[in-house]
Write a protein that binds this ligand. Structure first.
Ligand code: FES
Length: 165
């Protein structure tokens, strides 16, 4: 049988090792998860619902505001976004990204002139998003568009630089 002092010392050593193990696990598990499961690349959720198609006027651009989820590493951000959506007479839909292709200002629909007008440097765009005048170097960018059960779904923005517009 061990003397009481040695038993106490062994007990204290066992406690120290147990505490050390707990601290190592508390620090090591998150560190291992960080190293072994790299954060997701910056990405946006692919498709977001942007309202009822039936509520859109026909032939007139309507600014549609919606919320989308954006993931940046482990950060998940809910942010407000918008699109200029045109519901055409044949039922097709076009959704333009809301930034001017010159320097990114928010443009508006000019009802009197029947074109999009950017207030920053006066670029104008037609209903197809093509440049009519001003310094804008290319047509408006477009969202990918899908219809599902009468709802408008917007996907990623496709740059007109790639020839999608
Ligand atoms: Fe629109 Fe310059 S930002 S014309």
């Amino acid at each position: 049988m061990q003397p009481p002092d040695e038993e106490r010392r062994n007990f204290c050593v066992a406690c120290i090792y147990a505490l050390w193990g707990a601290i190592t696990a508390a620090l090591g598990v998150p560190a291992a998860a960080y190293l072994l499961a790299p954060p997701r690349a910056r990405q946006e959720s692919d498709w977001v619902e942007a309202g009822e198609v039936a509520r859109l006027p026909v032939g007139v651009p309507e600014e549609v505001v919606f919320r989308r989820i954006r993931r940046d590493g482990w950060r998940v951000v809910s942010e407000k976004a918008s699109a200029w959506v045109i519901r055409r007479h044949d039922g097709s839909l076009t959704a333009f990204a809301p930034q001017c292709t010159h320097l990114g200002c928010a443009y508006q629909w000019d009802e009197h002139k029947q074109n999009f007008l950017c207030p920053c440097h006066a670029s104008t765009f037609d209903l197809e998003g093509n440049v009519l005048s001003g310094p804008a170097p290319r047509a408006l960018d477009r969202y990918a568009v899908r219809l599902e059960g009468g709802k408008l779904l917007l996907g990623p923005v496709r740059s007109s630089r790639s020839g999608a517009a």
